[in-house]
Design a protein around this ligand. Structure first.
Ligand SMILES: Nc1ncnc2c1ncn2[C@@H]1O[C@H](COP(=O)(O)OP(=O)(O)OP(=O)(O)O)[C@@H](O)[C@H]1O
Ligand SMILES: [Mg+2]
Length: 603
């Protein structure tokens, strides 16, 4: 919590401080009130002086009004500080999550990141608001009541001094037991968020398979588990109030009992005893509030730790030293086309293609997601500028992993990948991702319009460019048929488009901005054979002649490629043209014969 406050409180420090000072003023008036009441009783009632009673009554009204005014200012400032800080934390956290690497996002899990962004930030926000409003008030009143009581009568004040450590013990016990439970509650909320997300995303499939009751039961189990932990914490914190109230009420009994003897003996006035009981009551109430504050702070502090965990995670996949300015300089210095120099490859990213240098090279690349067998093992190939590489392999053979490595969503565990003879880790990430475009296997669009979605790679792209990309992606026809064309809304989850339409829109998106390399990760899987064939033909006509990596489960899609890479359980079991592989690669031959007739295969 302290780390989070150090980072986000400074802009609001003055407001928080003024808020706290207002609270102190309010508390001082609260503490003076019993003294005024005491003198009302002792002087006013004792001497039957109605005028005095009325004057003191007036003083009490003034105290209340002044206290109220300061409370209002404090509440307002507390709301300002907590909302402002909450918004700043949320925005910073969101921006940081956007910068995190794919492996880090995998590690936290999307649902947990969502809970941290929403629930956890909210817990911190509440803790900050209560901090400004209450942190000073109740401890101050508690301590002030004890001091005021001791000032009235030291011997009776001893009762306060005995009660306080007893209550502190109760607090310590409850806190020790509840802190770990708060962490557990947040983790269980993550699980709930994950289940809700999974079920809502797959709601149609769940219905189609009649799995509603199974999913509901799965959710109920997780919800009950979370509720049990919350109830356990609730019971613990609920025990705070009765335990402290018993101690304090015993204290009140002790005060009344021994106070009565002191009044009889004449060493204490009735007004002082009433003031004493008033202070005891204030102490009682303040301890009740402190108990609630402790709960709020414990929850806030657990949430702050979870937020800091994300903020402290630094992305490992970071920019390389080569930026746009280096690119421009190297382009200027570039040797003439056809002369393979070390500096030129970078210029290939923006200059017309020079076919003699490999555009994309994988050099003994291996990658592992963590424990278990590597998802990709010792993969090597060199792809000429403008050439097409087909990748085929069974499910789970590492195709998508390879695609993600090419745009640095992950970095290889071993080996290296280069673009135009320069290791891709040397480029600035934004530049690399402008040069290498990927169409992910799962077509995802964001809510907005078709135009918004197509402009991801180039926010300034003109409508003509977008239509051109749509035409090459075989998507222009259906977009033209939409009532609003490029302005057609894309609903959340892009549910107003068919799977094939979604795929073609993501292909068009990848083609905007003339990438040098385009990686298609099984992105024609939802297209019929005729559209798939037309799409491949039109990709060949792309004016910028990008290098193409075409991942597919269909032999027909890859057999025309310049080279075909065959993956099997992460291993590269073949690399060559369709003809060569038919001869040399049994896995490829088997895949071909399982999908096509022998005459189509060409055996
Ligand atoms: N984020 C991940 N975390 C852990 N393991 C993963 C992750 N993504 C993929 N894997 C594992 O890596 C292996 C390769 O997965 P990959 O997605 O690359 O296969 P694929 O060839 O694209 O399969 P498909 O044809 O079904 O799309 C699989 O065994 C998979 O379980
Ligand atoms: Mg895949």
């Amino acid at each position: 919590m302290s780390e989070l406050l150090r980072r986000f409180l400074p802009p609001y420090r003055t407001k928080a401080l003024v808020g706290v000072v207002c609270k102190v003023v309010e508390v001082v008036f609260d503490l003076l009130t019993p003294m005024v009441v005491a003198s009302m009783i002792d002087v006013g009632v004792g001497n039957r002086d109605m005028g005095y009673v009325m004057r003191m009554g007036g003083v009490l009204v003034v105290f209340a009004l002044v206290g109220y005014a300061f409370t209002c200012v404090c509440q307002r400032l507390a709301a300002n500080v907590s909302q402002g800080m909450g918004t700043a934390i949320r925005s910073t956290l969101y921006a940081h999550i956007m910068e995190l690497d794919t492996p880090e996002v995998d590690r936290f899990g999307t649902p947990s990141l969502i809970t941290r962004l929403t629930g956890d930030v909210n817990n911190v926000q509440v803790a900050v608001a209560m901090g400004v409003r209450m942190l000073v008030r109740w401890p101050f009143i508690a301590v002030g009541s004890i001091v005021a009581a001791l000032l009235i009568d030291v011997r009776l004040g001893v009762v306060f001094l005995v009660c306080t450590p007893a209550i502190a013990l109760v607090f310590a016990f409850v806190m020790m037991r509840s802190v770990p439970l708060y962490g557990a509650i947040q983790t269980k909320l993550d699980t709930l968020a994950r289940l809700v997300r999974e079920s809502l995303e797959g709601v149609r499939v769940i219905r189609a398979f009649g799995r509603e009751s199974f999913e509901t039961k799965r959710f109920d189990v997780a919800a009950d588990d979370q509720a049990d932990t919350s109830i356990a914490v609730g019971k613990l914190s609920a025990s705070l109030n009765p335990a402290t109230f018993i101690i304090m009420n015993l204290g009140v009994v002790a005060i009344l009992w021994s106070g009565s003897f002191r009044i009889d003996a004449g060493s204490l006035t009735q007004g002082e005893l009433v003031a004493f009981v008033n202070y005891m009551t204030q102490l009682l109430i303040s301890i009740g509030y402190v108990a609630n504050l402790v709960v709020i702070f414990m929850r806030g502090s657990t949430s702050a730790t979870r937020i800091m965990e994300v903020l402290d995670t630094q992305p490992q996949i970071v920019d390389g030293p080569l930026g746009w300015s280096d690119l421009a300089r190297m382009s200027r210095d570039a040797p003439v086309a056809g002369d393979a120099g070390a500096a030129r490859p970078v210029s290939q990213l923006v200059l017309p293609a020079t076919p003699d240098l490999p555009a994309l090279t994988f050099d003994h690349v291996s990658f592992s997601y963590g424990k278990g067998a590597p998802a990709l093992h010792d993969v090597s190939f060199a792809l000429a500028q403008g050439a097409t590489l087909g990748i085929i392999g069974g499910t789970g053979s590492g195709k998508s992993t390879l695609a993600q490595l090419a745009v640095r969503l992950y970095d290889p565990s071993e080996g290296s990948i280069s673009l135009g003879n320069i290791d891709i880790t040397q480029y600035e990430l934004a530049m690399l991702r402008i040069a290498v475009s990927m169409v992910p296997q799962k077509a995802s669009l964001i809510s907005g319009t078709i135009r918004d979605n197509l402009r991801w790679r180039n926010p300034a792209a003109s409508d003509d460019e977008l239509w051109e990309a749509l035409t090459y992606a075989e998507a222009a026809d259906f977009v033209r048929e939409k009532a609003d064309g490029l302005d057609e809304p894309v609903e959340a989850g892009s549910s107003n488009f068919s799977g094939g339409q979604r795929q073609r829109l993501t292909i068009a998106r990848a083609l905007v901005g003339s990438p040098r390399v385009v990686v298609f990760d099984d992105s024609a899987s939802a297209l019929d054979y005729a559209t798939d064939a037309r799409l491949r033909a039109s990709l060949k006509r792309l004016p910028a002649h990008p290098t193409i990596v075409l991942i597919s489960q269909r032999v027909a899609s890859v057999m025309g490629a310049d080279q075909i890479l065959v993956l099997d359980h992460g291993n590269m079991v073949g690399l060559g043209t369709h003809r060569e592989l038919l001869e040399s690669c049994p896995v490829y031959r088997e895949i071909c014969l399982s999908q096509l007739r022998p005459e189509e295969v060409g055996v």
